[in-house]
Design a protein around this ligand. Structure first.
Ligand SMILES: Cc1cc2nc3c(=O)[nH]c(=O)nc-3n(C[C@H](O)[C@H](O)[C@H](O)COP(=O)(O)O)c2cc1C
Length: 211
């Protein structure tokens, strides 16, 4: 083969290798960037979630709520038994009833403990489970973080344990098809945030102890 043809083939191979390397490095950079953006978004979501106490009256769409609930079912749970139950309430008559029942337990008079949120979620867990409070709390935590990620506001609300121990609460649970052994672990008010998200309180200096 004449020398010029050999040189030409070598030059073509060299150019192809360089083009491939440039493409490869660019692609690796892009993958790296995508992963770190995802990390940043996940960390931001954890740091910027806040308890919301003022909601717009507009109802949360079924699609968004379905996604929220699906995420919540992936919360860690003792022995992987997935014992909690998540009750979702959107109809006004029932949400108003829950507001009244909660306020009665709270004993603070004319206050709405769910802050006007159009959706109320109640998490139940069965008392015969070995970690029912933790399992329910784990779901509640996921709900609050997932709500924030999906552009919703939320607030973890207390007193569902007592609410569903009253005659009215027990009857409500029965009507919802929730067995008696399930107790209320907590509630979450969910809706679109009205106004700005509150600022977080400063973290206490001795929160973490390296031992
Ligand atoms: C177990 C538990 C019970 C809570 N109960 C209520 C409640 O009944 N009403 C309320 O407004 N916030 C309630 N919260 C929300 C806390 O007040 C809130 O998480 C805390 O002040 C920190 O604020 P942040 O969520 O904005 O970071 C509860 C939170 C937890 C974890």
């Amino acid at each position: 083969m004449p020398v010029t043809i050999t040189m030409l083939i070598c030059a073509v191979i060299l150019v192809a290798v360089i083009v491939f390397l440039v493409w490869f490095v660019k692609r690796m950079n892009k993958i790296q960037r995508t992963v770190s953006n995802m990390d940043r978004e996940a960390i931001d979501a954890l740091l910027t979630r806040r308890s919301v106490r003022k909601y717009k009256p507009e109802q949360v769409s079924r699609e968004t709520l379905d996604r929220l609930l699906e995420i919540a079912t992936y919360a860690p749970n003792g022995k992987g038994l997935q014992t909690p139950l998540i009750a979702v309430v959107q109809d006004k008559e029932t949400t108003d009833r829950l507001r009244r029942m909660n306020a009665e337990i709270w004993g603070k008079g004319d206050i709405d403990p769910y802050y006007g949120a159009p959706t109320i979620i109640v998490v139940f867990a069965p008392t015969d489970g070995s970690s029912y409070v933790e399992d329910g709390s784990s779901v509640l935590t996921y709900l609050t973080i997932a709500a924030h990620v999906l552009g919703l506001g939320s607030c973890w609300v207390n007193r569902e344990l007592q609410m569903f121990e009253t005659g009215e609460g027990k009857a409500m649970k029965k009507a919802w098809g929730i067995p008696e052994k399930f107790v209320g672990i907590g509630g979450v008010a969910v809706g679109y945030v009205d106004g700005e998200l509150p600022k977080p309180a400063p973290r206490k200096p001795d929160y973490v102890k390296w031992v």
